[in-house]
Structures are given as C-alpha cells and as structure tokens.
Design a protein around this ligand. Structure first.
Ligand code: GLN
Length: 480
C-alpha cells in the first residue's frame, strides 16, 4: 500500500472521500511517523492525544456524507495559535505552562472545516528568529540535513510538512517566517495579504506586520488550506471585510494571464552566483511556459531591513509588556516586592533574542528617539509600499529569490546582523502588507532553494496560479 503520508492534501482529500482509506488510518500513520522522526527533528512541542478519537468521528461523518471540506485531514499548528484549554507556548519559557482560555480564529476555522490537529509545532521564541535556534524547546533540525537549520521562525511547521509529519501546517510571517523556512525545507509556503487571515488568538509579535498563512506540499494544497483560514473576523480590527474567492479554482485556472516583474537591480546584486543562476533558470522556466516578464525598478527596498528592525522591535516591546508575571505567564519565585516580581519574571521568562528586541524597541520608542527612528522608519515604510504600488501598475506579480542562501549549519551564524540578513528578500512584502509565497526552485549541493512570488493586495490567487503553473512544469517540490 502507498505511504499515505506522502500523498498531497488534494490526494488525501479525494482518497478519504472515495473511501480508499480512512482518516483513522491516515492519522495513525502520521502519529507513528511522528513518533519515529520527531526525536531527531524536534519539530513538535506537543502532540494532541485525542487525534485518533477525532479521526474516528471524522470517518463517521465521511461515511454518511456529512463531512466538511477538509474532513479527516491531519494537520499541525504553529504553537503561536491559541487552542482553548490547551498549552500554547510560543516557543518561550514565559508561556511554558500557559493554557489558553480561548481558541484562535485560524484554529476554529480549520476545526470547522474538519481537520484533525496532530500537535503544535516548535518555533523561534515569540517568532523572533530565522533559524529556530531561539526556541526554549531546542532547535528544530532540517529534515533534509539534520545538521542544518530549518529556517525560522515557523521552522517546526515547515519541517513537519517536509518530513511528511502532517498534511499541511499553519505558520506566521512577520518578516519572512513562512517563506524562508519553506525555502530551506523544500516546501511551498504562503503569507497572504495583511488582514486576510484573522490575528485573533495568534500571539502578537509585531502587530502591523504579523500575518498567518500555511505550508503545504504544493501550491494547490496551499490554496485549499489558505482559503479555509481566510476571511473577515470582527474580532480582529485589521481584518479585511472582503469575500474570499475560491483560491483553489483560481490557482488551477488556465485562463489567467501573467506579467511577472523582475526587479533588475535586486537581481543584479545577488551575491551568491548559484542563487542568481537558480533564479534565472526559474525565470526561463516561466518564459518557456509563455509567461511574460518585464524588468522593473523597486526603489528604496534596500532600506527594508533597517526599517523592519526599528518597527518590529518597537511593536514587540509594546506587545510583550503584557508578560509581567502578574496576569499570566511565568512568575519568578518568592519576589521581594513588585519591582522584583516584574523584573525577575521577565528576566527569567524571556530568552536573549527577545530581551534584545525589547531593549531596541523601547529605545526606538523613547522620548527623543521616537521621531528620529520610529517615525522615520514609518515614512520609509510608506515609500517602500509606493514602490510596489507603482510596479503593480505594469506587472501582475513580482519574482525574486526567497533567500540569499540555502540552509546553514546549526549554531553557525553568531552575528545578529548576519542572521537578520536572512530576511533581506522577504521583509519588503511584510512592510507593504502584500501577499507573497515561496516555491521550491531547485537545489544547491542537495539543499533546496525557493523562488518568491509577490502579488498585489488580495491577489493571492494570482501568485498561487503562477506557482501552480511553475509546479506543473517542475518537480522541485517533489524532491524532499
Ligand atoms: N526573522 C525575522 C525576525 O526575526 C522574521 C520573523 C518572523 O517573520 N516572525 O524578526
């Protein structure tokens, strides 16, 4: 019998519907595989022990044809999405014992669609990092090479899809945390337009940038998963009140025309020739498909990284002030007084990267520096957004590499700036709030690489369609 865990989401959905196998069989295959592999990969923080019981209920629904669209599909959630009465750690000691009193909208939506949650995935602490090395629960290992990082911060979710430990998984992307790990682990990952997916119950890092999304084996799988977490939510004031189209039909449509923008100066400045060659080869594949391309300018993108590293820490310092040892989260033992309670709970509960960001953010927001750093960063953020809007007058999407390099060895990057540079190509889309995705585009020394497609606002269907066309022509997404 075929290994059910190696099937795509669409194949699993059809197999379940046509009763080729049951959700119980599928779920137990995943659980067995997790049992075998998670020791090495460390991509799960917790496993839901009610999964089999839920699968049996799904099978009943499938057998009387009352199943929902994703009935019986086993998935994993990044441990940043709250689930009522379950532990949600956000990769931090601060929340090690936190049991959420409510569920995130993303969790609710997927549960209503019939999925089974296998467990919660490991991540960089409070989603701050590019390698999963900042997690309180230890680093995740890249399933393709266990000595290397899976990327971050959603590295656990990317690794889980790459190692066939779940059908698809959820993630969040503030500056690249879906796309960079997707590229490093050889899977497809999409971050939609800011506001498309509700942030309710998704633990906040930098609220004007955070956006939920998914990892899957293919663009078609990702489109089905994404359409099931998207949509207006009155509980999130930045949620977009627009109907979500069928992303799966848009992704698989033959009628869509594309003009793909190639940002000339960014591509000319790619340092690693192998990364540059891989990008150029990917563009050739698109051209062979008859897809038009056009060279474009994207001015001011070179400022995206410094702008992000002012805005994201500033917002994080405000968001993380709620962890004070009083209301919830870690509390130090035997505090001497209130000040001691605050400072020791925070000093003991947060890891170094998080503390560094809180310090930078507090500094940038302090009187006297607010105008010089924070306000200036916001102005440049607007210029970056305008650059994209100008480009979208001429093109329907923009292509660039997802990352400047392939996955690196664990503990090999010590310089914070070098680590921050991991997101050089992904951060611009977050600053502008645009949808963007990463698709496997080949390998260098056996390690996967991704091409990134960025779309205009609410045009997830356009980039998914482009990605699907690319995947119809290539088998890079099947090489993990
Ligand atoms: N690597 C980036 C950071 O550390 C992005 C993280 C993310 O997207 N959550 O801030």
């Amino acid at each position: 019998m075929t290994d059910l865990t190696s099937l795509t989401l669409l194949e699993q959905r059809d197999g379940l519907k046509n009763k080729k196998f049951s959700s119980e069989e599928l779920t137990s295959e995943y659980l067995k595989r997790i049992d075998k592999k998670n020791k090495d990969i460390n991509c799960f923080i917790s496993i839901d022990d009610s999964a089999i019981e839920k699968a049996k209920k799904c099978d009943e629904k499938i057998s009387n044809n009352s199943g929902s669209v994703l009935e019986g599909i086993p998935i994993a959630h990044k441990d940043i999405f709250c689930i009522k009465d379950q532990r949600t750690t956000c990769g931090s000691k601060m929340l090690d014992k936190f049991i959420s009193p409510y569920s995130s909208t993303v969790y609710e939506k997927l549960s209503n669609a019939g999925v089974i949650t296998l467990g919660k995935t490991n991540m960089d602490e409070f989603a701050m990092g590019s390698s999963n090395e900042t997690s309180f629960y230890g680093s995740v290992k890249n399933p393709i090479d266990l000595e290397r990082v899976p990327g971050g911060s959603s590295g656990g979710s990317a690794a889980a899809v790459s190692a066939n430990l779940c059908s698809f998984s959820t993630g969040t992307d503030t500056g690249g945390s879906i796309r960079q790990p997707a590229a490093f682990c050889g899977v497809t990952g999409i971050k939609p337009t800011y506001g498309r997916v509700s942030r309710w119950g998704m633990i906040a890092f930098a609220s004007s940038l955070d956006q939920g999304g998914v990892f899957a084996k293919t663009a078609l799988d990702a489109s089905l998963a994404l359409e099931n977490i998207s949509g207006f939510d009155p509980k999130d004031s930045t949620s977009i009140n627009k109907k979500v189209p069928s992303l799966l039909s848009e992704a698989s449509s033959n009628d869509m025309d594309h003009i793909v923008g190639i940002p000339k100066s960014i591509i000319n400045n790619i340092k690693d020739v192998k990364v540059k060659n891989n990008f150029e080869e990917s563009i050739k594949i698109l051209k062979k498909l008859g897809i038009k391309t056009k060279e474009i300018e994207l001015p001011n993108l070179e400022y995206a990284l410094p702008v992000y590293y002012v805005i994201a820490p500033a917002e994080c310092s405000a968001n993380l002030s709620r962890y004070d040892g009083v209301r919830f989260g870690y509390r130090c033992e035997e505090p001497k007084n209130l000040d001691d309670l605050y400072s020791r709970s925070r000093a003991e509960g947060f890891g170094d990267e998080v503390k560094k960001r809180i310090l930078i953010g507090t500094f940038c927001l302090s009187a006297g520096y607010y105008d010089a750093y924070y306000i200036k960063a916001q102005k440049i953020r607007n210029l970056i957004k305008e650059s994209f809007l100008n480009a979208f007058k001429e093109v329907s999407s923009i292509a660039m590499p997802t990352c400047a390099n392939v996955s690196f060895k664990l503990n090999s990057i010590q310089s914070p700036v070098e680590m921050y540079e991991q997101d050089i190509y992904t951060i611009p889309a977050n600053l502008a709030g645009l949808p963007a995705m990463s698709v496997p585009s080949g390998k260098i020394n056996n390690l996967p690489l991704g091409i990134q497609f960025i779309g205009n606002y609410l045009k997830e269907g356009v980039i998914l369609n482009l990605a699907n066309k690319f995947q119809e022509q290539t088998d890079f997404h099947k090489q993990v």
